[in-house]
Ligand binder design. Sequence first.
Ligand SMILES: *Cc1c(COP(=O)(O)O)cnc(C)c1O
Length: 232
Amino acid sequence: MHIEDRIQQIRQRIATAAEQCGRSLDEVSLIAVTKTHPAEMIDQALATGIRLIGENKIQEAEQKLPLLTQPYDEFHFIGHLQSNKIKKLMPLKPALIHSIDSFSTAQKLDAWCSEHNHHQDILLQVNTSAEESKWGVEPAALPELCAQVATLPHLHIQGLMTIGIFSDDETAVRTCFKLLRSLRDELQKTAPANVSMHHLSMGMTNDFEIAIQEGATLVRIGSAIFGSRSYT
Ligand SMILES: *Cc1c(COP(=O)(O)O)cnc(C)c1O
């Protein structure tokens, strides 16, 4: 299937999922996850109306973004952020960094922003599946991390991100997304005033419809658009 048809199909599935749970379509944004796919394919997706693109490896993004000929609205960084890579990531102008999960990395990012007179939107990544995912703050430690990061003047928390458990068990997947949403609802009551909990970044190729039902505002979809990845 051509990339254009795949995107059309995904948009239709997003619309159906939103409609079925009484949500408005413009509450859910599609991030096309372009990792492992070449710039020409990303250009095809952009020509078809994709506005937001996501990568999880800084080095790969550094190589590919300059090769794009089509414009995009936002680049989202969705992978784990090592603090020694901050200076390589930031020139790529990420609109949103989805993966802040430690105060020390947040401090280093804030320091970079301070030096460069920049303000950065971020999400806090939560490990909602316990053993299945390496990254993300433990749910119990989230309120403290949120309070700490909220003190950093150049970072602006916009919500939470998670990767659902990799499982065929729909209930197990849904439990991850329900947890992220309830953590968001709790933080909305207790977090400092400069913290926004607008975004829930959750849902990938295999589980984005469940994520939308549970309140996702950003879905991160790769293989359903670009085909499966080969890591050679
Ligand atoms: C690769 C990746 C995705 C997209 O995964 P697909 O299953 O291909 O849709 C989403 N989020 C993160 C953090 C990723 O690394």
